[in-house]
Design a protein around this ligand. Structure first.
Ligand SMILES: O=c1ccn([C@H]2C[C@H](O)[C@@H](COP(=O)(O)OP(=O)(O)OP(=O)(O)O)O2)c(=O)[nH]1
Ligand SMILES: [Mg+2]
Length: 156
């Protein structure tokens, strides 16, 4: 008998009333990095984003990201390519101590109005490890080959 232990971190979530009936966030393929998030807009009230405008789209979900991890909200390339819809603050950061509803800040960079309907997969969330650093003020840094060179200093 083989015992398979699931060592993946657990993403606990609470579903808010307006998220009822929606599919939970899910990895669409076995190797997907992100789980798709769905819009919890009202069935009879789709949300239209006009060209150049932005909207905060509810997911109807509260997450408990495990300690030591963050949630990164990223755009879906299909929406970006076909309609110019992307996340304005990409990657959005979901802190492990955040207990509010997760919302997705979308912007329409396309030429046409874009309609967000209930259950539409609007973005994806990647769970990633986070390291918190301790801040330490010093008066002089160690010398390096690079020094202050940047922004193309090594050539094209
Ligand atoms: O796309 C996003 C980005 C953030 N958040 C929530 C979760 C996150 O933990 C919190 C704060 O995000 P952030 O630190 O990026 O925003 P802020 O402008 O610094 O606000 P705050 O002062 O609340 O930290 O807002 C979302 O729901 N969606
Ligand atoms: Mg912040």
């Amino acid at each position: 008998m083989t015992l398979i232990i699931d060592t993946r971190p657990t993403l606990s979530l609470i579903r808010l009333p307006h998220g009822a009936g929606l599919d939970l966030p899910a990895y669409e393929t076995k190797g997907a990095a992100g789980m798709d998030l769905r819009a919890a807009v009202e069935e009879d009230k789709p949300l239209t984003i006009q060209p150049g405008k932005r909207a905060l789209v509810p997911t109807g979900l509260i997450f408990e990201i495990p300690e030591g991890f963050e949630g990164q909200i990223r755009p879906r390339s299909g929406l970006a390519f076909k309609h110019g819809i992307t996340c304005l603050n990409t990657p959005g950061t979901i802190d492990s101590d955040y207990r509010g509803e997760v919302k997705v800040l979308l912007i329409n960079l396309g030429e046409e109005p874009f309609e967000i309907t209930r259950g539409m997969r609007i973005a994806q969330m990647v769970i990633a490890p986070v390291v918190q650093a301790q801040v330490s003020e010093i008066t002089a840094g160690t010398e390096t080959m690079r020094g202050a060179g940047g922004f193309g200093s090594t050539g094209v």
